[in-house]
Design a protein around this ligand. Structure first.
Ligand code: PHE
Length: 454
């Protein structure tokens, strides 16, 4: 097998990992969660969650990946030979597989909206809800767009770590920042900006419940791409002089900043259109926003055109940098098992397309086919990966890094063999051994409905 490739630069490392983290989770899921959990109070708790748990768990994944320089399954095999811990490796690859399948479907919708925006069609949609339903339930078009997303991802992944992933991350991430900045400025100029800002900046602590905390934690894990093998795989391409702590802090900061900025894009816009409430659910970006684009820019259609175009461009760029990391996680494993990179990538692309077709059809022709405890393919994949595997993975990773891994190995990784200082190492150990497993277990129990009174 050829020599294992690495990322070429420190900036490349940060942008690639941030690319994995920044995705539909930031632009689509974060504003939705913020909207339905009362705004500022949710954001505050979210930020505490990413700092207290996000950084330590991400750092642990980096340690596992970089110390072995192997795909996520072999990483566990090497660090804990002949033990059950390898289950986390398999769980990660499996989860990446099913997330990639359903995530590509939503990314495909985004692609469709982008094409509509390009021809100026978003402002002509007369009934966004029916438009959305008609499109997503169509038997063919969403599948074609899903295939397109997978194909673009495929082409980038096949080019390899430095020429594909790193190069595209360096191109797409700055583009993403520029788009976001322009959109925030546009949004601030809208008539409802003040109200939107109040919603985002004035916490109403009476809105905080146990559910707020647990949802914030779940959102943090999803948004940071934790526990799915992706960051562990990327870390396996980090060079030995990369500063793991600094990288984790940078990635978490970028991801959180982007999520909050997306809030600043969406809520002023949403509040500018009186009839629409901020907790419109997941339809927010596909149903609510098209109406916002039309109504808020009634007098200046060209602004509405630009806003819609940039917004869907942002969404697709964010989504693609995430699908790349999911694809790479599986491709790396198959490749290091002896397949050529190209063959491995084709297997991933085609099998995810097959599953993606089922996910897509579960909005239309197969709507009534609900083989998974009453859930169709899309909902079942989402639930299984984001609500079950992610917390289980988080618990296993924390226990693995906190209790099983040799403390010296971890310290060596964090300090690059003593070259860097790690003043908060004790705090990290405490969190990863005690706090993280406990809190994540609560999230899992909450997802399973243990605390619900319904
Ligand atoms: N973090 C990505 C997002 O915010 C989603 C993702 C989850 C990507 C898990 C990879 C692994 O959209």
């Amino acid at each position: 097998m050829e020599k294992r490739n690495n990322f070429g630069s420190k900036l490349g490392i940060i942008l690639a990992a941030a690319g994995s983290a920044v995705g539909l989770g930031n632009v689509w899921r974060f504003p939705t969660e913020t909207g339905s959990h009362g705004g500022a109070a949710f954001i505050l708790i979210y930020v505490v969650c990413v700092i207290v748990l996000g950084i330590p768990v991400m750092l642990s994944e980096f340690v596992i990946g970089r110390s072995t320089h192997a795909n996520t399954i072999d990483a566990y095999r090497r660090l804990a030979p002949r033990s059950g811990w390898i289950v986390q490796g398999y769980l990660g690859v499996f989860a990446a597989f099913i997330i990639l399948s359903y995530y590509s479907v939503v990314a495909g919708w985004t692609m469709k909206y982008l094409t509509t925006a390009v021809v100026g069609g978003v402002s002509r949609i007369s009934d966004p809800a029916s438009y959305y339903t008609a499109f997503t339930s169509n038997a063919w078009w969403p599948i074609i767009f899903t295939a397109l997303v997978l194909l673009i991802t495929h082409i980038i992944v096949v080019r390899g770590v430095q020429n594909g992933i790193e190069r595209f991350s360096k191109l797409l991430m700055p583009l993403l920042f520029i788009i976001i900045t322009v959109l925030v400025v546009c949004s601030m100029m809208m008539p409802g900006a003040k109200e939107g800002l109040r919603f985002l900046l004035h916490p109403d602590f009476s809105k905080i419940t146990a559910d707020t905390l647990l949802s914030a934690l779940g959102q943090a894990f999803f948004s940071l791409s934790l526990a799915m093998g992706c960051l562990c795989t990327y870390a396996s391409y980090f060079r030995d002089d990369a500063n793991l702590t600094r990288t984790a802090v940078s990635v978490v900061s970028i991801d959180t900043l982007v999520a909050i900025m997306c809030g600043f894009i969406i809520f002023p816009a949403v509040f500018s259109v009186q009839e629409i409430t901020p907790d419109a659910g997941p339809g927010l970006v596909f149903i609510t926003l098209p109406s916002v684009f039309q109504m808020a820019f009634d007098g200046a259609p060209i602004l509405g055109y630009i806003f819609a175009l940039l917004f869907y461009l942002l969404l697709i760029v964010a989504a693609i940098t995430s699908t790349i990391s999911l694809h790479e996680t599986i491709t790396a494993f198959l490749h290091e098992r002896g397949l050529s990179r190209r063959a491995a990538a084709w297997i991933v692309t085609s099998s995810c397309l097959v599953l993606g077709i089922f996910c897509s059809l579960s909005f239309g022709p197969m709507k009534d086919f609900r083989p998974f405890f009453g859930l169709g393919f899309f909902d079942a994949f989402d639930f299984l990966s984001a609500k079950i595997i992610m917390p289980i993975g988080g618990i296993i990773i924390s226990l693995f890094a906190g209790w099983r891994l040799d403390k010296k190995l971890v310290r060596d990784q964090v300090t690059n063999g003593g070259k860097l200082r790690a003043p908060l190492f004790g705090l990290y150990r405490f969190i990863i051994r005690w706090v993280a497993p406990t809190l994540i277990t609560l999230v899992l129990l909450n997802e399973l409905g243990v605390f619900s009174h319904k």
